[in-house]
Design a protein around this ligand. Structure first.
Ligand code: HAM
Length: 420
């Protein structure tokens, strides 16, 4: 059998796929840069222990891990946040705060493959370190909305659902569930709509929660407006005050239409401590488009000194699905400006000279490398979306000229080689 199949859950990027990927990444870059973020990167391989947390998160059970030739336990990164925390920790004290950094890493998770979920994906990460207030969280929402607008999506297509870990923290705190048990509880609660009720109840009772506690959690998770949240947690609740000021700032950004309070957003990673959010399509057909939140105590769990941080991860797969359904993927051309063609083998060198000259002026040139019929050359130039076809023909070349055809208008002219 021919070896045409790659590893399950991974993708090949043919040039047309690459065009789409580059287009999407440009939008990621611009949205981050427009908000003053700087790009960083990290290795795809990390020490496995960077991820071996004991909170029962799915992500730590999905590692692509192995032992290297030196006997070290290594893992492909399933997410970027621990690498970023490691980088920040390694320069602790030496980095000017706050940091506003972004990256587009490829991440690897041994997941069940399904629509919008693969075993590798590119994940746009945008994070702010060293800013403790909700201004930073609002800024992230603004980056997201900027991106959505830049690709033509509207607040009717999707919604960013926002809550805070402090909502559950207050409820569970009154039941005596704090610290690590609280993080573990969040990880279980996040699975409530994916696992059968008995499984959830079993996992929660292992953490010390009885049936009454479970139903209290469930009723709080049903809250969708600030009034009910206040009724439930009280007017001086930290969670209420925090979310109230966050929504106020989002309004100042003119982005209120894009967000909604939804107390069922908990997030499946243990490290979140404050506001959390997830975007999904309004029709509810697709998986989460992106997700993030505040994680002020991650560095502490890695043995360093805590530093406030907030950020999000945004995969490349679901958003493409959404853009496809909405007909928002633009036609993306090859990007070549000129096709140069020498008529017959005798003019091959002349054609090369012409191509080199046009390239030296900063244009992108595709030189036809073999003898082809004129008809093929026209079709080829059209197919790759070139602006001009430059033909090197015997009579014209003898006069130091070439024939230029502008493809859109069909206009043809003879041009001096020197003034091309
Ligand atoms: P996450 O929710 O695990 O968060 O992933 C963030 C986003 O990455 C998801 O909403 C989805 O778009 C994409 N994603 C995740 N797994 C897959 C997959 N298997 N296939 C396709 N896309 C996927 C995190 O990873 C956090 N580290 C994000 C973060 C950054 N929080 C703070 N800063």
């Amino acid at each position: 059998m021919a070896m045409t199949q790659g590893v399950r859950g991974t993708r090949d990027f043919y040039p047309e796929d690459m065009r789409l990927r580059n287009w999407l990444f440009q939008k990621f870059h611009h949205s981050a840069l427009s908000h003053g973020f700087e790009e960083y990167d990290a290795p795809m391989l990390e020490m496995e222990e960077l991820y071996t947390r004991k909170s029962g998160e799915e992500i730590t059970q999905q590692l692509y891990n192995f032992e290297d030739k030196g006997g070290r336990r290594i893992s492909l990164r399933p997410e970027m946040t621990p690498s970023l925390a490691r980088m920040v920790m390694a320069r602790s004290g030496a980095l000017p705060l706050p940091l506003k950094w972004y990256s587009i890493p490829q991440c690897w998770r041994y997941e069940r493959t399904q629509r919008g979920r693969g075993r590798e994906h590119y994940q746009w990460n945008v994070d702010i370190w060293g800013a403790a207030g909700v201004e930073a969280d609002a800024e992230l929402i603004s980056v997201l909305v900027h991106f959505f607008r830049s690709v033509g999506l509207t607040s009717e297509d999707l919604v960013i659902r926002v809550s805070s870990r402090k909502v559950l923290e207050e409820v569970l705190g009154s039941l005596g569930i704090t610290g690590e048990d609280f993080s573990k509880t969040c990880v279980v609660v996040d699975k409530m709509d994916k696992l059968p009720a008995e499984a959830i109840e079993g996992q929660l009772s292992e953490l010390g929660l009885d049936n009454e506690a479970v139903s209290t959690i469930q009723s709080v998770l049903g809250i969708r407006d600030m009034g009910s949240l206040q009724d439930s947690l009280g007017g001086d609740s930290e969670a209420v005050l925090e979310l109230d000021s966050l929504f106020g700032l989002i309004e100042a950004y003119g982005a209120s239409d894009w967000v909604a309070l939804d107390a069922s957003v908990v997030r499946g990673l243990a490290y979140y401590t404050g506001p959390v959010f997830e975007a999904s399509d309004r029709s509810g057909e697709l998986r989460a488009i992106c997700g993030g939140g505040r994680y002020d105590r991650l560095i502490g769990t890695l043995g360093g000194k805590d530093l406030p941080a907030t950020g999000f991860g945004f995969g490349d797969m679901v958003v493409i699905e959404l853009l496809q359904t909405k007909g928002l993927i633009p036609e993306l051309s090859h990007g070549v400006s000129d096709v140069v063609f020498g008529m017959g083998p005798g003019l091959r060198e002349a054609a090369m000279r012409v191509a080199a000259s046009i390239r030296s002026r900063g244009r992108d040139v595709d030189l036809v490398l073999e003898d082809k019929r004129m008809k093929w050359v026209f079709k080829h130039a059209e197919r790759i979306g070139a602006e001009r076809l430059v033909m090197v023909m015997p009579d014209e070349w003898a006069d130091g000229k070439v024939k230029v055809k502008v493809l859109e208008s069909g206009e043809e002219s003879e041009v001096e080689f020197d003034s091309l």
